[in-house]
Design a protein around this ligand. Structure first.
Ligand SMILES: Cc1ncc(C[n+]2csc(CCOP(=O)(O)OP(=O)(O)O)c2C)c(N)n1
Length: 681
């Protein structure tokens, strides 16, 4: 639809949409950076969605039963900021819009979760928002099944661009949504044929309509500037009974000299061109000026959901007190009161029976305690359920035929799983965890990084955490992955040594509300090292003395996970030679870092030589070896210096020198003053 026809036939709509376009142009021009063309192209779709369909109340942005709106094409952030400002979200003042992309503003370059209400997720890395939306829609299904339509009945709407659809993660998301028949997920594709380098055709000839259909979606194609077509398409999408994609043919940079070109993708800052565009729009107002009647029309849209929310509040008040309390607890992300005692009982039993067990198997046992007490957990695995030990019998498999099922078969989609877990966590009311092999952290990383950046708390259950997985070989043996996870800000990495530490690790992970956790778990069996029951969660201190030196303390062995038992055996060797040796179990660097100086000094006192043992690369370990009062010439590392190999685990530990004997020798060399640099492989 051409601009003149739009202006003539849909005058009111046009002016509302023009307000978005004008704000986008003004803010980008003021910041001298940002993306103008996309908000200009999708303003009509967004206006119809907010005016006629989106269930929301700008005065209550956290209303749990609101529809979610996700701008997956996050570079078009001004579209979202304009909508939030116009509809009257208190966080999004005109000053915030004027401070687009400036230090301290809520209007970051790309929408950031937590900066302002109404930003449901952080987007910008293309494809992520779309992949998050699958988690949002899954959370809605699970909660609707549990609480009924009275309390949970909402849609997830997404705007995705060509870039989102080109990213690989989009196929993972689309495939999962299609299989799960997420009928309350509606995606608008901004089909404008333009990316940064030029036309989409330079890099892609995919028939997106057929692609979505092939994955089980309902698809429509419309003129993305025609308000009636947009309205009708949304109505049809709602009735489709499957996830729905609306291909919206749009013009990037509508009405601007750069329309339909890659130039429109960038910052359109030329003053004369902006003025010309505003003339075409019939928008005679200066920068950041929104006429009162247009602002109040938008504010009325912002209040449209108010009665519906009040009715919802009444319905919530009418359910039983227990149910209300449960709903509130789950929404707040609080742990059930019964959980700590149940985990303590589990720990006691493990210490008493001291089984030999892989930590992945221990994790399954712990989940067997947790899941029946926490109906909000949503488990899953990327097609490695039997290997990750992530499923407990009470969960039920989530499926269109069993929406109460709490276990999700994500398929071989590590990235899609992690992104969906972000969506589940952001939706609220559920607590997601999901498993794969630790080495595939690489596949999931972009989404894991966003969990950390957003400050949300999914739990990544990563098993097969070292060469200890054996015969699958170096393609499957993580060596640098602990370091990568530890390098990521706001990420908690826990590598438990036995079933007791595994239970403690889960308790810590589930108590997080603003930090994701990586649980690093073994494939191979390990002895229980915590044979003396302690009610206190020792893992929460990050590191603690597991075995004290007998006689004069000459060596401290610091180990994590499967190498704690190596350290204990090395201690036996050293003690047999009269060398007093302390073993420190250090399941989490981050938690140890948070302890006060006095505690850290108590665990790692100056004086004795230090040897760290971990079947991963050394990067980062120097902090605990040289730092914390340590000395380079009095410290050594037993671990990996390159990639692993395919062989039985026992052989690999021997070949790579991660043994009690090598550890004891290293300690003795250091005590004798024979420090050697690490081998370079
Ligand atoms: C994962 C990722 N890769 C690259 C970018 C950089 N980038 C931002 S927008 C864009 C082009 C997107 O094209 P499209 O989705 O068609 O948006 P439009 O041109 O319509 O605004 C690129 C490559 C990014 N944000 N995320």
């Amino acid at each position: 639809m051409e601009i003149t026809a739009l202006k003539d036939h849909h005058a009111e709509h046009w002016m509302k949409a023009a307000a978005i376009r004008a704000l986008a142009m003004d803010a980008v021009a003021e910041a001298n950076s940002g993306h103008t063309g996309m908000p200009m192209g999708m303003a009509d779709v967004a206006t119809v969605l907010f005016e006629k369909h989106l269930k929301f109340d700008a005065t209550a942005p956290d209303w749990p039963d609101r529809d979610r709106f996700i701008l997956s094409a996050g570079h078009g952030s001004m579209l979202l900021y304009a909508l939030l400002h116009l509809t009257g979200y208190a966080d999004m003042t005109l000053d915030e819009v004027k401070n687009f992309r400036q230090w301290g503003s809520r209007t970051a370059g790309h929408p950031e979760y937590g900066h302002a209400k109404g930003i449901e997720t952080t987007t910008g890395p293309l494809g992520q928002g779309l992949a998050n939306s699958v988690g949002f829609a899954l959370a809605e299904e699970v909660l609707r099944a549990r609480y009924g339509k009275k309390l949970v009945d909402h849609y997830t709407y997404v705007i995705a661009g060509d870039g989102c659809l080109m990213e690989g993660v989009s196929q993972e998301a689309i495939g999962l949504a299609g299989r799960q028949r997420l009928s309350k997920l509606i995606v608008f594709w901004d089909n404008n044929d333009i990316t940064i380098d030029g036309s989409v055709g330079m890099a892609d000839v995919t028939d997106q309509v057929k692609r979505f259909q092939a994955s089980g979606w309902h698809v429509q194609e419309i003129d993305g500037h025609d308000p009636e077509a947009i309205d009708a398409a949304i109505a049809d999408a709602k009735a489709a009974g499957k996830p729905s994609m609306i291909a919206c043919k749009t013009h990037i940079g509508l009405g601007h000299a750069a329309q339909d070109t890659a130039k429109a993708h960038g910052a359109l800052t030329d003053k004369a061109q902006i003025e010309d565009t505003k003339k075409v729009y019939g928008w005679p107002h200066g920068p950041f000026v929104i006429p009162a009647e247009i602002k109040s029309a938008w504010e009325a849209i912002g209040l449209r959901g108010n009665p519906e929310r009040a009715a919802w509040q009444e319905r919530l008040a009418s359910v039983s007190g227990t149910r209300q309390a449960q709903f509130a607890r789950e929404q707040a992300g609080e742990l059930p009161k019964r959980l700590p005692a149940a985990l303590k009982r589990f720990k006691k039993e493990m210490s008493e029976t001291a089984p030999k067990m892989a930590t992945r198997a221990a994790s399954e046992k712990v989940l067997g305690v947790i899941n029946p007490i926490m109906p909000e957990t949503i488990g899953g695995s990327a097609d490695l359920t039997g290997s990750n030990n992530t499923k407990t019998p009470d969960m039920g498999v989530h499926d269109p035929d069993d929406r109460k099922g709490r276990y999700i078969h994500y398929g071989i989609r590590e990235h899609g799983m992690a992104a969906a877990m972000n969506g589940l966590a952001l939706h609220g009311g559920v607590k997601p965890y999901g498993g794969t092999f630790m080495v595939f952290t690489d596949y999931a990383r972009a989404a894991m990084r966003l969990s950390a950046l957003m400050g949300i708390a999914p739990v990544y259950v990563y098993t097969h955490d070292s060469i200890g997985l054996g015969e699958d070989g170096p393609t499957h043996q993580p060596v640098e992955h602990l370091a990568i996870s530890r390098a990521t800000p706001n990420t908690l990495v826990i590598r438990p040594a036995d079933p007791v530490e595994t239970a403690e690790a889960w308790e810590i992970a589930l108590s997080q509300t603003t930090t994701p956790t990586v649980l690093s778990l073994t494939r191979q069996g390990l002895p229980t090292v915590r044979t003396e029951h302690k009610t206190k969660n020792l893992t929460a201190q990050g590191a603690y003395v597991l075995a004290e030196a007998e006689g004069k303390r000459q060596a401290i062995l610091i180990a994590t996970g499967s190498e704690v038992s190596v350290a204990l055996a090395a201690r036996d060797l050293l003690q047999a030679e009269g060398i007093g040796t302390r073993v420190v179990s250090m399941p989490s660097w981050e938690l140890f870092e948070m302890q006060d100086e006095k505690y850290r000094r108590r665990i790692l006192p100056p004086g004795p030589v230090r040897v760290a043992i971990e079947a991963g690369i050394r990067l980062g370990w120097d902090r605990w070896l040289f730092g914390e009062r340590g000395k380079r010439e009095k410290s050594g590392f037993i671990g990996m210096h390159g990639f692993g190999a395919s062989a039985p685990a026992g052989e690999l530990f021997q070949q790579f020198g991660i043994t009690p004997e090598a550890t004891a020798q290293k300690a003795k060399d250091l005590i004798a003053g024979n420090w050697q640099p690490d081998p370079r492989v």
